[in-house]
Ligand binder design. Structure first.
Ligand SMILES: Cc1cc2nc3c(=O)[nH]c(=O)nc-3n(C[C@H](O)[C@H](O)[C@H](O)COP(=O)(O)O)c2cc1C
Length: 294
């Protein structure tokens, strides 16, 4: 069994789903038993429901995916009500990690407190790649001091492990150091890369917001380099996210210094990929730990 841990939380293996690619958990139940995974990260929740961006929202490239979903979600109230009425998490037999975002620092503090009161939520992931409405719409991780402030205020309020998810558009080494200084238990490296699609026939941008998030196998070498750089710079665990498409890819991220892995885009292509990665790592690690390269 390839067991691993973040803070006091023990994971039966390092394989997790990535936020936004697993919905709230309902869609993959026909494909595999969730208890086979180390954990699942749910879609980012915000205080109010969000409709998300107008279509198109997805655009495929030869080795990657552009998305402009716009944080569509039911809102925290509806989520909480649903979980109180009929809690599916107990039956999943794996760690449930809730991803949160908001318009300002106060939203993160409030949602983290509310989420941590739901007993079956094992950890939080702060999605800092969303716009801070009080800072002219730049993302929370555009400034390292904002990263520090948000993480510190969340850590004052909750006991469960806090993962801080960063975007690759900003200085992830500096941000990861600030997250660590503020008491984060782990940093997730990373969210999607800034991308764009243009329709040459129509002479127009494909997405209403022009830019979109880029993910999938095309970003793997970039993510690998970022995971290595951050793992060399901080002592807290690094959670890798970016382009994992096979067991070998997963092993590469562990060799680069990651403690946990999140699998996103390629699970759309092959829903059972997560389980195949668990099985691969079991054999590859030969029951022991994978020692990161220096
Ligand atoms: C359709 C889609 C929706 C996503 N939604 C979220 C989200 O709600 N919150 C978040 O933190 N990341 C979100 N992401 C980013 C993924 O969690 C992941 O970090 C990223 O796609 C890189 O991993 P991958 O290449 O394995 O997909 C989304 C990605 C995709 C493709």
């Amino acid at each position: 069994m390839y067991e691993t841990s973040v803070g006091s939380l023990v994971f039966k293996n390092p394989v997790l789903t990535a936020s936004g690619t697993f919905g709230m958990g309902e869609s993959f139940a026909d494909f595999y038993d969730y208890s086979l995974l180390g954990g699942v990260v749910l879609k980012t929740l915000t205080p109010q429901p969000r409709e998300g961006n107008p279509p198109p929202r997805l655009y495929e490239t030869p080795a990657g995916l552009l998305n402009s979903i716009g944080l569509e979600n039911e809102g925290f109230d509806a989520f909480e009500r649903r979980i109180k009425e009929n809690n599916p998490f107990v039956s999943w037999g794996t760690h449930v990690i809730v991803s949160i975002a908001g318009d300002d620092e106060g939203d993160f503090a409030l949602l983290s407190q509310r989420a941590s009161r739901i007993r079956e939520i094992a950890a939080l992931e702060l999605n800092l790649s969303c716009p801070n409405v009080h800072a002219g719409g730049m993302t929370f991780d555009a400034r390292s001091e904002h990263v520090y402030r948000i993480v510190a205020s969340v850590r004052e309020r909750v006991e469960i492990p806090v993962f801080v998810k960063l975007s690759p558009q900003h200085d992830m080494v500096a941000n990861a150091r600030e997250a660590e200084r503020a008491g984060a238990h782990a940093v997730t490296i990373s969210n999607t890369f800034l991308g764009m699609a243009i329709d040459s026939q129509k002479r127009s941008f494909v997405f209403a917001k022009k830019f979109a998030g880029f993910s999938g196998p095309a970003v793997k070498p970039l993510a690998l380099a970022n995971v290595y750089r951050v793992a060399q710079a901080v002592s807290i665990p690094v959670v890798a996210s970016g382009g994992i498409a096979s067991g070998e890819d997963a092993a590469e991220f562990l060799l680069a210094g990651a403690r946990l892995l999140e699998i996103g885009t390629m699970a759309f292509v092959k829903p059972r990929l997560v389980v195949e990665v668990v099985e691969f790592l079991e054999k590859y690690s030969q029951g022991g730990r994978i020692i990161p390269l220096q």
